[in-house]
Design a protein around this ligand. Structure first.
Ligand SMILES: [Fe+2]
Length: 168
């Protein structure tokens, strides 16, 4: 049985995932404005992933007989100084997500809430991937930042990213 404390925290995370989608949409918009359509595509796909994450929380809470409530979203960062700044902001955001998932897992563990622990395992694994993806891209962008041709090629590469609903 999910405690009220855990219920509130899970519902908070559902809302934070939607907030993440907004944050990435703002990053996509900045990239489009800068004529980096590939980077923009990358963040549009990222936003879709975040909505998918949010819906996983939605479905889990519903399956557990818990009421879902949708909160108002705080405003997101819209102003960036460079593509590197965008990716660094994204990594910072993902580290915050990881911190939140760990906090949730700690509560579930304290309460011996095994169903929630099993549910959160997927997100723990996902966060390893998310942070690694942004880490790698930041390293690449830092290296090629002053080489427009190389930036163009990375933009082309990221234009190919598509949203695939991850397997359960
Ligand atoms: Fe997420």
């Amino acid at each position: 049985m999910i405690s009220e404390k855990l219920h509130v925290k899970l519902n908070d995370q559902l809302n934070f995932e939607f907030y993440s989608a907004h944050a990435y949409l703002a990053m996509a918009a900045y990239c489009t404005e800068e004529n980096y359509d590939g980077f923009a595509n990358f963040f549009l796909v990222q936003a879709e992933e975040e909505r998918f994450h949010a819906m996983k929380f939605y479905n889990f809470l519903s399956d557990m007989g818990q009421r879902v409530t949708i909160a108002e979203f705080p405003s997101v960062k819209n102003d960036f100084t460079s593509i590197l700044d965008v990716f660094q902001t994204a990594l910072h955001h993902e580290k915050e997500v990881t911190r939140r998932i760990y906090e949730l897992s700690d509560i579930a563990l304290d309460e011996r809430e095994h169903a929630t622990m099993a549910f959160l395992k997927w997100f723990i694994d996902e966060q390893i991937e998310e942070e690694a993806t942004f880490d790698t891209l930041i390293a690449k962008i830092s290296r090629i930042e002053n080489d427009p041709n190389a930036v163009f090629m990375l933009d082309e590469e990221l234009a190919k990213r598509t949203f695939v609903a991850p397997a359960e």
